[in-house]
Design a binder for this molecule. Sequence first.
Ligand SMILES: NC(=O)c1ccc[n+]([C@@H]2O[C@H](COP(=O)([O-])OP(=O)(O)OC[C@H]3O[C@@H](n4cnc5c(N)ncnc54)[C@H](OP(=O)(O)O)[C@@H]3O)[C@@H](O)[C@H]2O)c1
Length: 270
Amino acid sequence: MNKVSTSRQELRSVLITGATGGIGMELAKRYARPGRVLILWGRNRERLDEIAKLCCARGAQVSPRQIDLSDGESALAALREDQTKHGLDLIILGAGLSDIKSPDQQTEDPAAVLKLALVNYATPVTLATAAAQSMVTQGYGKIVLIGSVAGFYELPFAASYSSSKAGLACFAQAANLAWRPKNIQLTLVVPGFVDTPMSQRLEGPRPFLVSAGSAARKIMKAVKMGQAELVFPWQFRVLRVAERLLPSVLRQYILQSLDVGQKKHAGEQG
Ligand SMILES: NC(=O)c1ccc[n+]([C@@H]2O[C@H](COP(=O)([O-])OP(=O)(O)OC[C@H]3O[C@@H](n4cnc5c(N)ncnc54)[C@H](OP(=O)(O)O)[C@@H]3O)[C@@H](O)[C@H]2O)c1
């Protein structure tokens, strides 16, 4: 995929969803600087205030918004409002939910599946499209979608999560073909395990774990370079190639044998 030349590499306005989360907070801190507007979206008021204060102290102008992304229409209206007010050079769609079926459940909880599909797929692709629409008019822009290596696999214990991330990846590839010629650069970020509250809930090993700070640095570099896709850490790129060589019966057997659990959410939010 060709790299995009934006006319404003300095990124004067940056919107981050999931700015109250492990990866989002690190990105917000690192993007905070004088002369830049940071539009920070999150649900948790306390953490939103905390990250807003930190970014202000680093000289950024901060516009925080408490919002629940399971309401896609409100999210779309909020995006249009922020866009009109601040313009948008870069939007990072990082908010996400994960869920794992416990052994005592026959299936995932349908209500949780709906919420996950809205937060992880429906709302981000809607916001990406709305952002692209206005970026076409301004002649440039950057969009980041955060997927997951879980999207590479049909995880029987996390069918809704893995498929939401696979759907996001498919959207990113198609949108890139449509938008790159219009000088809109879309980067799909595909992390393995990152040490944040999301992965800390998992019971069991987190192979090739990276810190949230390291993840943020890699993402910012990929955005700067105009990469279409960033898969990290590198071990997952190798696994992806190796796993394509497996016969499908063996692949299915391995996926069905995986035993992964999760701790309950604090306050069971999401
Ligand atoms: N951590 C990993 O190992 C890992 C691996 C692969 C991909 N990812 C992806 O990376 C992204 C960031 O995750 P993270 O690791 O930083 O997890 P995290 O610390 O749990 O943060 C998740 C973020 O999403 C926000 N969020 C969740 N539900 C929301 C809702 N209904 N409305 C609005 N915001 C909502 C949370 O907001 P509040 O906290 O304010 O509720 C929080 O800011 C996610 O898309 C995740 O799927 C993470």
